[in-house]
Design a protein around this ligand. Structure first.
Ligand code: 5RP
Length: 242
């Protein structure tokens, strides 16, 4: 028996369902990862099965999302096959007023960023708890290569001293007792920063470290946010200049 939906589930469901209104027949759609993105995939599947969205194909950002999409009857392709996408819909861990995001709580940030930036439009879907005035309370995930990870961690902690952040601790993400590995075979460091004053500068500095593959800072990528509420209502927030 499935458990009853919590208020947060209902809000995520509302956001996911509303985002399907932006999908048109024939679109190539990036499918995000996480519990909110899963509501979108289920709602998309419903419409596809009802015959309302012919020729839509999805590009999943993780193995987990791909399995769900297949089970929901959404036709899948690869990013290479699609070449470019019309739209990507994904969740986030934090959303600031400029629609800058922290992503990667689910460990799929690299593939999520590749897919989102290869799309004409990215829509972020969330419940209101993800909206923040400044990014950083949620630990910032960065994807790193396993080779020399302890050295990479030390370099990252040292470079954080150049930034105005409330905390500077980096922790290796674990899956039970072993390092968590992404679909791409990378590790994740979670940076406990508290508050990030200059996200763009921090992202650039982190990316300059050779062992760092990508950061969970998504800046100027999301064009629009759909915020769902537990009563089923949704609100749309657009990025200035998007
Ligand atoms: C996965 C992500 C997710 O979108 C993010 O963690 C939000 O997840 P949820 O919708 O379950 O709260 O970035 O890498």
């Amino acid at each position: 028996m499935s458990r009853p939906l919590t208020p947060a589930d209902l809000a995520k469901q509302a956001a996911g369902r509303r985002a399907v209104d932006f999908v048109e027949p024939g679109m190539r759609v990036g499918l995000g990862t996480g519990s909110t993105a899963e509501w979108f995939v289920r709602a998309l599947g419903e419409k596809v099965r009802a015959g309302d969205l012919a020729r839509v194909v999805g590009v999943p950002t993780s193995i987990r999302t791909g399995k769900l999409a297949e089970a929901e009857g959404v036709k899948l392709t690869t990013l290479d096959e699609a070449g470019w996408l019309d739209l990507t819909v994904d969740g986030a861990d934090e959303i600031d007023p400029e629609l800058s995001l922290i992503k990667g709580g689910g460990g799929a940030l690299l593939q999520e960023k590749i897919v989102a930036t290869a799309s004409d439009r990215m829509i972020v879907i969330a419940d209101p708890s993800k909206q923040v005035q400044a990014l950083g309370a949620f630990p910032l995930p960065i994807e790193i290569v396993p080779f020399g990870w302890e050295t990479t961690k030390a370099i990252v902690e040292r470079l954080l001293t150049e930034f105005e952040v409330a905390g500077r601790r980096a922790t290796l993400r674990l899956d039970k007792d072993a390092p968590f590995l992404t679909d791409g075979g990378h590790m994740i460091l979670d940076l406990h920063l508290g508050r990030i004053e200059k996200p763009k500068a921090l992202a650039a500095r982190l990316l300059a470290v050779p062992g760092v593959v990508e950061t969970g800072l998504f800046i100027n990528i999301a064009d629009l946010a759909v915020i769902g509420h537990e009563d089923g209502e949704t609100e749309i927030v657009t990025r200035a200049g998007a």
